[in-house]
Each structure stands twice: as C-alpha cells, then as structure tokens.
Design a protein around this ligand. Structure first.
Ligand code: HEC
Ligand code: HEC
Ligand code: HEC
Length: 427
C-alpha cells in the first residue's frame, strides 16, 4: 500500500466528499414491480435470447480466466488505484448470483449496485450495460441462471486507500455515470439505432477505444477517439495496448470500407489484415457469433461516428528515416515488401491499411513488432504462409523505434515518430 502525505490529504478530502455525496445522493435503485416487459417469451426462448446478448456483451472475456470455469470470475484488472477482480456470475447460491432476484440483477447492470447496496467499480462496464433494456437484462439473467453453478470466490480486491472504500463510488457516479436505457434517436434509421444499441449498451467498444480521464472515466467529448487497455501477460505484469481511433478520421475508421469492418468483426480478417492482440478475444468470444444483420447495424453506426481528430504528427528527419529504412528492408521488407504494400500470402499491407499503424499511440504497433502479432488461429485456419516472428531479442529499443518511425512516415502514412522510450515502456 502506498501512503504519502499527498495521498492522505487526498483521502481526507475524499472522505469529506463522500459524506457530502451520501447526503446529496441516494442510489435510485429499481423497485419491485417497476420492470418494463415489452414481449412475452417462453422460458426456452428467453434463455436463447439471453445467451445471444451475453455473447454480444462479451461477459465471458472478463468473467472467465484461462484455466477457470465458465463465468466463475477471478480475472484481475489493473487500474491506477489497484487491482480489482471480476466476480463469480454462475448461479452458485453462496459464491455466485444463484440467490439474486430479478431486481438485484437489474440493479447491478443498470445502476452498478450490489444487492446489499454497495457500489460496484466501473471496471465492470455497467456504464455501458445501463443502456440495455429491462427485457434484455432479464434475458441475460435467465441465461446465466441456466449455466453450471461453480462454487469459488475471486481473490480480494487490492486497492489503495481510499479507493478500497466502496461508498466513494457514489461520488464518482455522481460525476461520470448516467444510468438509463438507450434512447432511440428519431432522426436516425432503425438500422443505425440497432447498431448504436449493440455497440454502446452491449459490446462496450468504447471501454477500450475511448480515452479516459485521471479518475478512470471515459472522456465523452472524445468518444471512440482512441484509448489504452492493460492486458495481463503474467502474474502482476501488464502490457499497455493502444486501441485506435474508431471515429471518422483519415487515420481512423475512414481508412476502412463498411465491408472491411464487417468482415473484420465477423471473421477476424479482411482483405488487408487479420486480427491480433486484444481484439482476438473481442472477435472470437463475441462479434463473430453475431447475426450478419446485427454486424451490419454496428458497422452503420460505427462508420457514422463524428471525427475526433488526432494531434498533427511531427515529421522525422532524414537521418532517422534512413536508419529505419535499412532496418525495415533487412528484417521486414521480405514479407511486407519494400513498398509496404504487403503480399496476399506473406504479410498485410502497412501502407494505410492498418488502424494500428496509423494510431497516434504506437503501443499496439510496438507490441506487434516486439512479440509478433498473435493471430486467432486456432480456432481460425491460418491465413499467412508463415507467422511473423518476434523481434524482442533481435532488435533493441532504438532499432524498433527507427523501423516503426519509418513505417509510420512512408507510403502516405503520417502518424508520428516513435521514441526508444516508448519501445522500452512496452518491454
Ligand atoms: C471489462 C470486464 C468486464 C466485462 C466485459 C463484464 N464484467 Fe461483470 N464485472 C467485472 C468486474 C471487474 C466486476 C467486479 C466489480 C467490483 O468488484 O466492484 C464485475 C462484477 C459483475 C457483477 C456484480 C457481481 C457481484 O457479486 O456483485 C455482475 C452481476 C456482473 N459483473 C455481470 C456481468 C455481465 C452480465 C456481463 C456481460 C453483459 C459482464 N459482467 C461483463 C468485469 C467485467
Ligand atoms: C478489451 C479492449 C477492447 C475492446 C472491448 C474493443 N477493442 Fe478494438 N482494439 C483494441 C486494441 C488494443 C486494438 C489494437 C490491437 C489489436 O488489434 O488487438 C484494437 C483494434 C481495433 C481495430 C483496428 C484493427 C487493426 O488491425 O487495424 C478495430 C477496427 C477495432 N478494434 C474495432 C472494435 C470494435 C468495433 C469493438 C466493439 C465491438 C472493439 N474494437 C472493442 C481493444 C479493444
Ligand atoms: C515472415 C514474414 C514477416 C516479417 C519478416 C515481418 N512481418 Fe510483420 N507481419 C507479418 C504477418 C503475417 C502479419 C499479420 C498479422 C496480422 O495481419 O494481424 C504481420 C503484421 C505486422 C504488423 C501489424 C499490422 C496490423 O495488422 O495492424 C506490423 C505493425 C508489422 N507486421 C510490422 C513488422 C515489422 C516492423 C517487421 C520487421 C521488424 C515485420 N513486420 C516483419 C509477417 C511478417
């Protein structure tokens, strides 16, 4: 636990704020009888609908560990305030949600509140799920109650004081959390609204693709403008990944056609490239199971996102470009070709094809070079003749930085220099 004068002063201030927030704000939990049902489904239909929605919400990626039982929790999430563990959401009555009522479950997804009234941390993206309809939330609950119960408790959260004090979240919520069902935009098509609902209320793309402020809240003004995600690579070792700008900028999603994006979400690859990194889980556990119509709706919505412009990139000098070109031609050009246009059997194009290469934050691009892009095969058939090796031992920080800088400023790319420090951060 880190305790210094600044933290103590901050803590005292926060305790004051808590007292204020408790007085100011009562949790607007849902009362029995207030549930809105718009359709009547048979129990079987309800469970099937719930399974589809739980897949669209990708609950499994966070609630199932690599060797743990399905939905039994225990996955750690590192935040600037410490580590939070996902919970057991199997229907075990003691350690899971087996004893929960419909109201309890609704309150957790809609309001981020536990049955005992405690606030949940937004590492659980209820900031997105709050937008799901009552029907859809209860269908998810029906499905979760149908899966195999598992008796296991996640490890205790390890948060620094005062963030380990759950009532504090009342204040955070007051500032950053807007509970409530998705509101249909009458000026948009049905397809667009369906896409917005899937992306914002379930798939929570913005949890990774939006920048966050110092208190961990998504910055609404830069929605989908690019964010960062910490991936657990070994015990207590996390690696930052940049999640690129999905808004309509020339370096963001304007780079791809609707078909490119639909293929990528449905099949983990498109004409240009194949998924690697944290997107593998999003696609393999979630989006590939979605109906073509739903993928189409998500694409319509995503392609309509208003541009969140990147900062202008400073161009590198001729010396670093020359050094980068030499490294590139020696180690990369055989597959990606000296022109950067790629080869359908060997490697994807690096000239204005990949959002990762155009990203203002080079973290994910550096990871691809240092550790090799980890492709989703299996379960997919391999696409390339041979995998790209990892360069972590072959190239030093400066060499990786030079090669990355060269790629980011050649063939029409203009996405910013990469420094040796930025590479060192990814080691
Ligand atoms: C990005 C990771 C992430 C995703 C995705 C996610 N959860 Fe969670 N969930 C968590 C974490 C972390 C917690 C623990 C929060 C805390 O301790 O305050 C949690 C807590 C919960 C709780 C509260 C359990 C309790 O005992 O209080 C429920 C219910 C829940 N999640 C259901 C779901 C459902 C349903 C989905 C999919 C629609 C889902 N979660 C998706 C990370 C996630
Ligand atoms: C868990 C965090 C996370 C979530 C959730 C997430 N993304 Fe990503 N996304 C990333 C990261 C990190 C990258 C860059 C590395 C990679 O491709 O895995 C990325 C890359 C991308 C790319 C560019 C791929 C490329 O190679 O150029 C697209 C397009 C994309 N995401 C779309 C989406 C959509 C649409 C959703 C919601 C359905 C989504 N992402 C949800 C983290 C996430
Ligand atoms: C053996 C052939 C081969 C060599 C050599 C190679 N790559 Fe790759 N590279 C690939 C393949 C295959 C992929 C496909 C992964 C994908 O599409 O997700 C890839 C993907 C990438 C990506 C991610 C693009 C994306 O999908 O967003 C980057 C960046 C990259 N390579 C850079 C480099 C650099 C820099 C070097 C040299 C230091 C290099 N590669 C050497 C085959 C190669």
């Amino acid at each position: 636990m880190i305790l210094n004068i600044r933290n103590i002063a901050l803590a005292l201030l926060l305790v004051l704020l808590v007292s204020a927030s408790v007085i100011l704000w009562r949790v607007p939990v849902i009362e029995a009888g207030a549930i809105v049902h718009s359709e009547d489904l048979s129990p079987g239909e309800l469970v099937a609908r719930g399974e589809y929605l739980v897949t669209a919400g990708n609950c499994a990626s966070c609630h199932t560990t690599q060797d743990g039982a399905f939905m039994s929790g225990g996955l750690p999430f590192r935040t600037p305030f410490g580590t939070i563990y996902s919970t057991n959401i199997t229907p075990d009555p003691l350690t899971g949600i087996g004893n929960w009522s419909d109201i309890d479950f609704l309150n957790s997804l809609r309001h981020g509140v536990r049955p005992d009234g405690d606030h949940l941390y937004p590492a659980f993206p209820y900031t997105a799920y709050t937008k799901a309809s009552d029907d859809d939330i209860l269908a998810m609950f029906a499905y979760l109650k149908s899966i195999k119960p598992v008796r296991i408790s996640p490890p205790q959260n390890d948060l620094i004081f005062p963030f380990n004090y759950r009532p504090l979240m009342a204040f955070w919520k007051l500032l950053y959390f807007q509970p409530g069902v998705y509101e249909v935009r009458e000026d948009q098509s049905e397809q667009w609204n369906r896409g917005a609902y899937l992306v914002e209320a379930l798939a929570h793309c913005s949890a990774c693709h939006s920048p966050r402020n110092s208190l961990g809240a998504e910055r609404a003004a830069a929605h989908m403008g690019g964010g960062e995600f910490l991936d657990l690579v070994a015990r207590h070792h996390y690696r930052p990944w940049s999640a690129p700008n999905l808004s309509a900028t020339e370096r963001g999603l304007a780079l791809w056609s609707e078909q490119d994006l639909a293929d990528y979400l449905k099949t983990a690859r498109n004409d240009m490239l194949e998924s690697f990194g944290p997107m593998n889980e999003v696609i393999i556990n979630s989006t590939r199971y979605l109906e073509a119509q739903d993928i189409g709706a998500m694409v319509t919505y995503l392609k309509s996102l208003e541009a969140v412009p990147e900062r202008e990139a400073t161009a590198p000098g001729p010396e670093i470009m020359g050094r980068g070109r030499t490294i590139y031609n020696l180690h990369c050009g055989t597959c990606h070709l000296p022109t950067g246009e790629g080869d359908p059997d060997m490697a994807p194009r690096l000239d204005r094809g990949s959002l990762v290469v155009q990203d203002e934050n080079p973290a994910s691009m550096i990871n691809a070079i240092l550790y090799g892009p980890h492709l989703p095969s299996p379960p997919l058939q391999p696409k390339w003749r041979e995998p790209m090796e990892d360069f972590q031992y072959l190239l030093d920080d400066e060499e990786v930085a030079a090669a990355a800088t060269f790629i980011r400023h050649s063939w029409g790319n203009a996405s910013g220099m990469v420094t040796a420090d930025q590479v060192a951060r990814q080691r």
